[in-house]
Structures are given as C-alpha cells and as structure tokens.
Ligand binder design. Structure first.
Ligand code: NCD
Length: 317
C-alpha cells in the first residue's frame, strides 16, 4: 500500500492519524489556528491552492464534512467539484477507479473521499498520479482524520494542552470512526486520561483503543471530566435488530444537564454531528453555554485548509 508520507516523511495524502508524529499533529493544529477568524469578520483566505482543482467524492451522506471541505478549498483559491454521487456513473456500474481516472484526466489535484467501505482511500492512494493527493473524509468505522484534528484543535483552544486533560467520549464507540481518529490523535499528543463510555452492545474491542479506559456507566464516565463528547448511534452500521431503543438509550446513556453537572464546572461539550437531540444528548445540553458544537464546525474548515495546504506544499513545494 502507498504510504501517506513521501520519501522524506512529509504528509502527501491523509488517510489516518494513526502514524502521524506529535510534531506533525502540532504543526497541522498550529496552521489551522491561523485560519480561524472571529465570527462576523471575513473568513481567512490564502492563495495556496490557486489554480488547483479539488474533487469531493462522497459515497455516504454528509452535511458538515462535505460543505467544510468545499469552503476550505475555495478559501484557498481552488476550483471545486462536488460530484453528486447518486447521479454519477458509479451508480451506473462504473468502477471507482474509472471515476478517479476520468476526473484525473480533467486535472483534479486533490480527491476528497468518503466511503462506507474500509480501505477505499488507501486503494485510491495506490492508483493516483504522483502529483495528486487523496484526503480521507470518512472511511467506514475506521478513520475520519480531519474530524480527529478538528476535535483535538477545539480541545486545545479551550484547555490549552492535553497532559492533564480528562476526555470522555460517550455513545456508540464501536461503530465510530470519530472516536478512533480522536483516540489516534490524543494518544500521540499525550492525553491525561481518555474514557470511553458505551453500553455493552456498542462497546469497542479494547485492543483498538490502547490506553483508554472503557466504562459502561455514564455517571462514572462524566465525573470530573474536562471534555465530554457525545456520539450518535450509527444505525447504518448495524443490523436493525441490534438498534437500541432511542428513549432507553437516552435514559441510560444520554448526556442530560444532571449528568453534565458531575463533570468539571468548566467542562466543554462536543459532538461531531449529526445530532439526535434527546437521544445521546439532551437538546438543552447541546444548546448550553458549555457546548462548543458549532465551534467544532468552524474549526473544521480551518483544519481542512491546513491539511490541503500541507499536502500541496509536500507535492509542489
Ligand atoms: C460523523 C461521521 O460521518 O463519521 N459526522 C461527521 O463527519 N461530522 C459522525 C456520524 O456520522 O455520526
């Protein structure tokens, strides 16, 4: 499999956060920080991708990630193509690689890919031309690297560092690429404590989350936490018979104001979206002053600008 790094160890694709060094993570976060401007001001712009073409290929539903990659590319000066996959030729049976080669012939420089199947971004990395970059925008339950980056950036902006931080991720951990990518980044950045809270049926294989504490009790998980992140039940990745009842789930695992009161008074509440209000998170908690959910979305554009600028710098110096 092609590496996401070039011969000099620089990032040329982004498939997973698993093997990024601490220095590489910090460099991306620092660059993203510089792309964040206050609400009401003009968003940051940079001509780093002027004349380049970015193609968004989302073979799974997306609101935030797709819009945010598109805005990030435009704010870097690129032409952007967001393929409507339901009407594209892949729906007519064209192979994914033929779609990639077709777009590459139109001089696409960056492919942004979301797919329900594991291994698709790495497979495309193996086949694109040497001047083309591939960015993973969500791969099955395994990787969602730009989400992981925006999550740790949001934590760092509020909490300063990671050494003494207690981060709790609660909900459907087993099917979550968001939890996996957050774990990859937090582990490398030296997190104080990572707690994962899930009912037994949605708990992950502990081997996949080395160093994290697995819990099945939300109160214990939230107590004295600095960051509480809630995750949606990812019904699309499980058999219908295994779907938990939403009301039962809320009663046993939902982040309610009472449960949030067990966390540190300055704890922040996060959610990658899309949210199911009053299932994994009470609507009032999502709208509370402790919630940084919309900030995560804003930071996501900055992170994607940072990633695109970084890989283009690797490829074209
Ligand atoms: C997540 C995803 O697609 O993995 N959403 C996102 O990208 N912001 C989480 C989810 O679908 O629950």
């Amino acid at each position: 499999m092609a590496s996401q790094f070039d011969a000099r160890g620089r990032l040329r694709h982004l498939v997973t956060l698993k093997d990024l060094s601490r220095a590489q993570l910090v460099e991306l976060l620092d660059l993203a920080d510089r792309f964040i401007t206050p609400y009401g001001e003009f968003p940051a712009r940079d001509p780093a991708l002027a004349g380049r073409t970015v193609a968004n290929l989302f073979f799974e539903p997306s609101t935030r990630t797709r819009a945010s990659f598109e805005l990030a590319a435009r704010r870097l000066g690129a032409d952007v193509l967001s393929l409507d996959v339901s009407t594209s030729s892949r729906a007519k049976g064209e192979s994914l690689l033929d779609t990639i080669y077709t777009l590459q012939a139109m001089q696409v420089d960056v492919f942004v890919i979301r797919d329900a199947q594991s291994g698709v971004p790495a497979f495309i990395c193996d086949h694109v031309a040497p001047h083309v970059a591939v960015l993973n925008a969500g791969e099955s339950h395994l990787n969602h690297p730009t989400q992981g980056l925006l999550d740790v950036l949001t934590m760092r902006r509020h909490k300063g560092g990671f050494e003494n931080l207690v981060v709790t991720i609660a909900g459907d951990i087993q099917h979550s690429r968001v939890a996996r990518s957050a774990h990859h980044a937090l582990k490398t950045l030296g997190i104080g404590e990572l707690r994962l809270v899930a009912p037994a049926a949605l708990a992950p294989d502990p081997d996949e989350f080395a160093g994290a504490t697995l819990l099945d009790n939300i109160e214990a998980g939230v107590r004295d936490a600095d960051v509480v992140m809630c995750l949606r039940i990812q019904r699309e990745r499980m058999e219908v018979s295994r779907n938990p009842d939403p009301a039962d789930f809320h009663r046993e695992f939902g982040l309610t104001p009472e449960r949030l009161a067990l966390a540190r008074p300055d704890a922040i509440v996060m959610h990658p979206g899309p949210m199911n209000r009053d299932v994994e998170i009470a609507g009032s908690v999502a709208d509370s002053r402790q919630s940084v959910i919309t900030e995560q979305v804003r930071n996501g554009v900055a992170v994607r600008m940072a990633v695109m600028q970084t890989v283009m710098e690797t490829l074209h110096g």
